[in-house]
Design a protein around this ligand. Structure first.
Ligand SMILES: [Zn+2]
Length: 236
């Protein structure tokens, strides 16, 4: 996999010749701020630039915000950053982030046993959990298969998912990877692996199609194709 600075080089090259009309530009620190600001302020900006989705302008805005904030607020922020690194770990069952292992969801006796929803990241799990619809268990893969990036089955929590089937008496697995090329590849791989492992296991995939409030005129071909293939009978 590429390192952070290698990724920056690619972004720089890909943007050469573009007009870059006012959008944040991600640049390595040496070229961006050398000598313009006091060194400690430059250092703070450069730490913010390393965060995902933060460009030069956003990093400068955040650094100015910190500079103007009172000391107590800044100390609380710094303490939170250290605390999250020291306390948060993976749940040894579902591999979600947690303060305590196993996590509260895995320990919750009121949730349905025998059904696992498989997602790519803790963020995906949180989105489903916030909907309040799913009451079973989760398993976080921590990524998707991506041969071009060198990510294979051994890099994901797939072996750990397989071992849960017998241990927890799993009857259904919902594959809720995202509808991207890598997400679909991962779903197909899991389906084949799981169905070979346990033929009685019910393996389902989240429906992909037209979103609520969507308009068919503006849907892309892939979405329409999935919508038609995933059509369901109407129940009144
Ligand atoms: Zn857990």
């Amino acid at each position: 996999m590429l390192g952070f600075h290698e990724e920056l080089d690619i972004i720089k090259v890909s943007r050469k010749g573009s007009s870059n009309s006012g959008r944040d530009t991600i640049l390595p620190k040496a070229e961006t701020f050398m000598g313009i600001y006091p060194p400690s302020f430059e250092n703070l900006i450069n730490q913010f630039i390393r965060l995902p989705g933060i460009g030069q302008k956003s990093a400068t805005r955040l650094a100015l915000y910190i500079l103007r904030s009172n000391k107590e607020h800044v100390e609380n922020l710094a303490d939170s950053l250290i605390e999250v690194k020291e306390k948060i770990k993976f749940c040894s069952i579902c591999f979600n982030f947690t303060d305590n292992d196993p996590c509260p969801i895995c320990l919750n006796e009121n949730r349905a046993n025998g059904i696992i929803c498989v997602v790519e990241t803790p963020g995906d799990q949180l989105a489903i959990e916030e909907s309040g619809i799913f009451k079973g268990r989760y398993h976080i893969l921590h990524g998707v298969l991506s041969p071009l990036d060198g990510i294979g089955p051994a890099d994901l929590k797939i072996g750990e998912l397989i071992s849960r089937i017998d241990k927890e008496g799993i009857r259904e697995i919902i594959i809720a990877t995202n509808p991207t090329t890598e997400g679909e590849t991962t779903a197909s791989f899991l389906f084949k692996l799981l169905s070979e492992k346990e033929s009685s296991l019910q393996i389902t995939r989240i429906a992909l199609g037209v979103p609520m409030g969507g308009d068919l005129k503006y849907m892309d071909r892939m979405t329409l194709e999935h919508s038609l293939k995933s059509r369901v009978p109407i129940h009144l």
